[in-house]
Each structure stands twice: as structure tokens, then as C-alpha cells.
Design a binder for this molecule. Structure first.
Ligand code: 13P
Ligand code: SF4
Length: 328
């Protein structure tokens, strides 16, 4: 995208963000995958479900969403009267990209007696075509409420869908999407890392493929993994999700060691989400200054998408922060 190329030299970006946050009556929401400098100045940090709930209930007039576009769109769907800004409108998601609405519509139509249980990592259009949205921290609670005889299609993440299907021993028709970040972990390198740290548990996000999940001691959402990090009895934890989450672990537990699970090169740099990384402090400053890029959603589409999100919020109950999917 064309970034506003204002000359920012000589500007104290942090001080300006502070000033604008007050002047604009803005709240800064950040996902755990954002850079530490963004996490550190956010008003709230959370997983997808927590940030949706915060967006729906905030008194602020402006929501500065430091996450990816589907998260900011969710905020706008739930809080249409607010101005929702996203520092970089190109902050997409490979799962969303894998699931074009017209193809998803055909998928739905090919399964007329199924309900569409859909991961929140999708476009507003796909939400509008779905019955119930889930996040990784609410998926299990929600699935448990769907009668066993009800047939289900699940998209767009085949790994989260496959994990739920195996855990619940419940057949679901899966859309073939993947997260490019969680797909990049290497089983061979993970086994080597485990050998170097005998006894260190592995906590994994359910977007990981089964060959990584098979090595996990705990599987859950970002908030669930964080909770596990505060509770596990040892000193070293191997973390199989986007490595920026480790910032919160190191802040909460400075005496413990957190190691990002490796990619094929033995490093974890390939597991940084390239979409989340598009947001920077500079772009956040410009977004607060100019109140753009702004999320806008046509009202009919918003109302259609809101139905499946409302169903999620009604069925998710008190899952926020509890983290969810539990031991592997
Ligand atoms: P969480 O809901 O666990 O925060 O996951 C969001 C996400 O995009 C993971 O890749
Ligand atoms: Fe999408 Fe994966 Fe990035 Fe999450 S980590 S936003 S699922 S590409």
C-alpha cells in the first residue's frame, strides 16, 4: 500500500501517540503477535476473542487496532459507531486469503444439511455466510454445544478443524486453508530442540499441523498458551506459535526461559507473521493523527456478519482468558 511518507524525523513518536490517544479518545488494542514496542503502549493486549469483546464494550470513540485486518473488521462489525483504524490496511492473513467468499459460498451450497462453523480468521463476507464463528479460545466450548447429530463444515483452517475433529471424535468437512506461520515449524528441528532441553514442555497453537501438535504438552490459543506459561512447573518452555508472544512471558516470568519452536533453518525467524509485522509505531502514529486507514463495512454485510459473531459471543460464555483447549 502507499504509506503516508511524512517526514517523521524530530518527532517523538511515543509522546505523540500518547497525546493523540487522549485527544482522539482512542483505545489501542493489540494482539500478542505485535512487536514488543506496540504491545508495551497498548491499552489492552489479548487474543482474538478478548480483543473482540473489548472492542464491543469500550467507551472510546476511536479503536486503533494493532492486529490484522479481519480483527479490525470484527471490531467494526461489533462497534459500528466507533472509528476503527488499522495502521496498515495490507495486514491480512493467509487463512483469509485461502477462502474467497464465492468459493466458500459454493462449499456451503454443496453441503446443504451442514452448519458452517467458521474460524474468525476470515473475511467479513465469509462471516456473513457462516452460522457460528469460533476463535481458538472458544472453539471447544462452542463445539460442545452443537448436537452430535448436526453435520458441520469447518473453515478456513484445516489444522484447527482437524485438531477439534480428532479431540471430539467428530467428523467435520474441512476447508483446506492453513496459516503460513504455523505451517513453517519443522518437526525435525523441534525434536532436536527437545533433545537439547530434556523435560521442557511444548505449548502449541492449534493452527500448527498435526506433526507439531503430536509433540505438544499443551495446545491452546495465545491466551491459553500464556496461561500455561505461568503455570508449568519447570524452567524452560518451548513455544510453538508466533514468537512475539514470548515478550509477555518474559515480562511475567523473568526467571524462566522461553524458546520459540524452530523452522526448517533451526531458527524461529520464519515464524514471524509477516502481516502482523506490517504494523509499526510510525504507522500507528500516522493512523491516530489522520484517523486512517479506516475500516468501513457496508451495513447489510455488517449485519449479516454480526449474526455469526453474536452466536459466538453468546455461546463462548466465560472462556475469555481461561484459554481453552487444554492438554493435547
Ligand atoms: P488467537 O485467537 O489464539 O489469539 O489466534 C489468532 C491468530 O491469528 C493465530 O494465528
Ligand atoms: Fe493469519 Fe497466521 Fe498471521 Fe495468525 S499468524 S494472522 S493465522 S497468517
Amino acid at each position: 500500500m502507499t504509506i503516508q511518507t511524512a517526514n517523521l524525523s524530530g518527532i517523538d513518536i511515543r509522546a505523540e501517540i500518547e497525546r493523540l490517544r487522549k485527544d482522539r479518545n482512542a483505545v489501542i488494542l493489540a494482539h500478542y503477535y505485535q512487536s514488543p514496542e506496540i504491545q508495551d503502549l497498548a491499552d489492552y493486549i489479548g487474543d482474538s476473542l478478548e480483543l473482540s469483546k473489548k472492542a464491543a464494550t469500550t467507551d472510546a470513540e476511536v479503536i486503533a487496532f494493532c492486529g490484522v485486518r479481519f480483527m479490525a473488521e470484527t471490531a467494526k462489525i461489533l462497534a459500528p459507531e466507533k472509528i476503527v483504524i488499522l495502521p496498515d490496511m495490507d495486514a491480512g492473513c493467509s487463512l483469509e486469503d485461502s477462502c474467497p467468499p464465492e468459493k466458500f459460498k459454493a462449499f456451503r451450497e454443496a453441503h446443504p444439511d451442514h452448519i458452517a462453523l467458521t474460524y474468525i480468521n476470515c473475511s467479513t463476507e465469509v462471516k456473513a455466510l457462516s452460522d457460528v464463528i469460533v476463535t481458538s479460545s472458544s472453539a471447544e466450548t462452542i463445539l460442545a454445544q452443537i448436537p452430535p447429530e448436526q453435520k458441520i463444515i469447518f473453515g478456513p483452517d484445516r489444522h484447527l478443524g482437524g485438531y477439534l475433529s480428532r479431540k471430539f471424535n467428530r467428523e467435520m468437512v474441512l476447508w483446506p486453508g492453513v496459516c503460513i506461520v504455523h505451517e513453517a515449524f519443522s518437526e525435525t528441528e523441534l525434536i532436536k530442540l527437545k533433545a537439547q532441553h530434556p523435560g521442557a514442555p511444548v505449548a502449541a497453537h492449534p493452527e500448527c499441523p498435526p506433526h507439531i501438535i503430536d509433540h505438544a504438552d499443551y495446545v491452546g490459543s495465545t491466551s491459553g498458551i500464556l496461561k500455561f506459561a505461568t503455570e508449568f512447573p519447570g524452567n524452560t518452555l518451548i513455544v510453538a506459535t508466533e514468537p512475539h508472544i514470548i515478550h509477555q512471558m518474559e515480562k511475567a516470568l523473568p526467571g524462566k526461559t522461553f524458546i520459540g519452536a524452530p523452522g526448517a533453518d533451526g531458527q524461529c525467524s520464519c515464524n514471524i507473521c509477516p502481516y502482523m509485522a506490517l504494523n509499526t509505531l510510525e504507522k500507528l502514529y500516522l493512523a491516530l493523527r489522520d484517523l486512517k486507514p479506516r475500516i468501513e463495512i457496508e451495513e447489510g454485510l455488517r449485519l449479516a456478519a454480526k449474526k455469526s459473531l453474536d452466536a459466538m459471543l453468546a455461546m463462548a460464555g466465560g472462556t475469555v482468558g481461561k484459554g481453552d483447549l487444554g492438554p493435547a
